[in-house]
Design a protein around this ligand. Sequence first.
Ligand SMILES: C[S@@+](CC[C@H](N)C(=O)[O-])C[C@H]1O[C@@H](n2cnc3c(N)ncnc32)[C@H](O)[C@@H]1O
Length: 430
Amino acid sequence: MDLPQANQELESLLNYLKNSRGCDLTGYKRSSLLRRFRFRMQQININSYQEYLKYLQNNSEEWLTLLNTVLINYTGFFRDRSSWDYLAKEIIPKIIASKQKNESIRVWVAGCASGEEVYSLVMLWAEALGIESCLERVQFYATDIDEEAIKEARQATYQSNPVRELSPDDDPTLDIVPHTELTGISPYLLNKYFQHHKDSYTFDPQLRRTIIFARHDLVKNAPISKIDLLVCRNVLIYFTPEYQATIFVRFHFALKDTGFLFLGKAESIINNRAIFTPISLKHRIYAKGLDLDLNDHLLINPKTHFKRSNERQDSKNFFWQTAFEINPLPQIAVNLHNYLIDANEAAHLLFGLKLDDLNRPFNQLELSKLVGEMKTFYENPHQVTLTDVEWHTATDTKYFDISIVPVYDKKKTLLGAILTFSDSVYKLHN
Ligand SMILES: C[S@@+](CC[C@H](N)C(=O)[O-])C[C@H]1O[C@@H](n2cnc3c(N)ncnc32)[C@H](O)[C@@H]1O
């Protein structure tokens, strides 16, 4: 098959995954996608993307195998040891020094795979602050797009048996050397922070509870905010420069002004302006640089992504649309006919909303149970606030204050309402 045809078939396959499976790989580098798809196709003796697309459509379980092949979960404790030493010696003490005695600290590991990286961090913070203070002050968030990886990470258990030797069936593009899942942890840390079972070790359950694990797609979902240390290693290498630039803007938004970003050894910042400044290029550690400007903000919004230049004349509308999108508080808009007409990224993330949910009757959505009948709020023209409303998810209970603001046009005709949910992400309990 010639190259243009192969490329076209690959793009059709990516579009199928995006539209039918909600899995958007279009932002991933084509070179690495090609390698990973080819590897999978060779395993099942398929020669063209078109054929593989049919195979995917006819074999529902293939989709999960493909995802595991594409989203490489390879990870380890204290990967690139010298950078972790630098983090422990130079950066963590700086963050602690910038805080009041009992002030809280927020750490986000984005692309946490099976958890080794976040547990490495918990150990570093516990060593720096002492276990008691770490339990009291540090909140860790560990996120990944891959549910299976998160499930493993939550279990916090790692085998002490050697990982098997490479076999001819292993993917040769991965740099796997025989080792145990605990490779990288010193005996001192292993004894102090893990419970030993026959063939495995489990991370200290009390410290484990300082971590909130969640599925989070760096391309689609709103960033977690007010972060002191953001660790995102060996994830961005899979993205095209355009998508990397978008993600860096989100990271800037996620970090406190005094926050730090820790990238992987082969990664560096792509942005026309210096929105991050290097603290150590060798160890890929950055501090926040210049403030974001309007163009950076527009990059965050997938709806305006890549369309910036011809729509700039509409900058006032874009400004407000962007302000709505990037508001860290989840917000939704419901029209007078009781349809959900917009939801910002934080609301999408919190309530698991999909694009299809926009323009659906509001009372068909699970989240409508939080407020009940909308028409009761239209009886008077003022804002109403519902306090401490409970929202149960499969894993926890959250509490919101919900402010409901009726929206009128200039002629005082009622258009609908804006609902804002506060204290949502931050009152999460494991
Ligand atoms: C090679 S692993 C890196 C794991 C760990 N950060 C490390 O350096 O050892 C890459 C991880 O990025 C995750 N990933 C890929 N695309 C992602 C996305 N769009 N959003 C969040 N995580 C993503 C994969 O599922 C995988 O677990």
